[in-house]
Write a new protein. Structure first.
Length: 293
């Protein structure tokens, strides 16, 4: 514990700038357009068009197998129409987040490994969504991509706290039978809250859909979510699967326990896991080229 010096959730959220990195102005423009009473696909495309990198990424994404477009997508307006305006906004912010947190020291986590874990979780969550024929598979994908955002905030903006959490994690495991204390438990011991709560607060702050923010806020304990338990369960099971596959890492050295209520809610069978693992393996390289630097 660090006593009265530990920050509140509000203080942590305030430490993260509203406009992140090189794409920050684009994020702000897209949000303003989406908040207009008569927003349109063309207006959203216009807000993005000055950023060539984002434009090319979105067109590639619209042409990918995820969206199943039969005719080639050649313009940004077509890409926005296929992907969906809110999903485009989420992708713009996600790309921005990737760039903003690129400089986190290797002492905490390899950023390449972190984003591989996050992207694999996104693929698994999207795969679960399609397998169970849930609506808005793109939302589940993005929730998976951003589920560990809170951990990045601690690593970059509160490195001393992050170091204390890592030390506490080691100390707790040195006294625990089998060394099974998770990094999340250490966060709770030091801060009184965890990376889930930090991520949820920031996604709310940035105007993400409530379902996305809630999925990030309860991906370790979806049964406790006050709403959107399906979305939280999808990300939880996807995260568990990817941790078991050992695809990248978010800094958590162990596979967190699987929530039985989440598993039951999704109605998955063991055979489905093999299909999901194959889908993650099959799509990782392509997904990295679309979304990561």
């Amino acid at each position: 514990m660090i006593g009265d010096t530990r920050p509140t959730l509000a203080q942590i959220a305030a430490a993260v700038p509203d406009s992140l990195g090189s794409h920050g102005p684009v994020v702000a423009r897209v949000r303003r357009v989406l908040d207009e009473p008569h927003s349109s696909v063309d207006r959203v495309a216009e807000a993005i068009s000055s950023d060539v990198d984002l434009t090319l990424r979105l067109i590639r994404c619209a042409n990918s197998s995820w969206h199943g477009s039969r005719a080639p997508v050649e313009t940004l307006s077509e890409a926005v129409a296929i992907i969906g305006s809110e999903q485009v906004y989420a992708m713009v912010v996600a790309t921005n987040i990737v760039h903003h947190f690129a400089g986190i020291p290797q002492d905490f986590v390899s950023m390449k490994s972190f984003w591989r874990h996050s992207l694999a979780t996104a693929l698994a969550a999207g795969g679960i969504s399609r397998l169970r024929r849930l609506p808005n598979a793109e939302n589940h994908f993005l929730a998976g991509l951003l589920h560990d955002l809170g951990r990045l905030v601690l690593f970059q903006h509160f490195p001393a706290l992050a170091q204390q959490i890592l030390r506490t994690h080691q100390e707790l495991n040195s006294h625990a039978s089998g060394g099974r204390i998770t990094l999340q438990r250490a966060e709770l011991a030091v801060l009184g809250f965890d990376h889930q709560a930090i991520g949820q607060g920031l996604l709310h702050k940035w105007g993400f859909l409530p379902a996305l923010a809630t999925a990030a806020g309860y991906h370790h304990n979806p049964a406790l979510a006050p709403s959107h338990r399906m979305e939280a369960s999808v990300v939880h099971v996807g995260d568990h699967l990817v941790n078991a596959m050992r695809v990248g890492t978010s800094g958590e050295p162990r596979v967190p326990p699987l929530s039985q209520p989440a598993w039951d809610k999704l109605g998955l069978e063991l055979g489905d896991l093999k299909c999901l693992m194959e889908e993650v393996d099959r799509n990782m390289e392509h997904a990295e080229s679309l979304l990561l630097p």
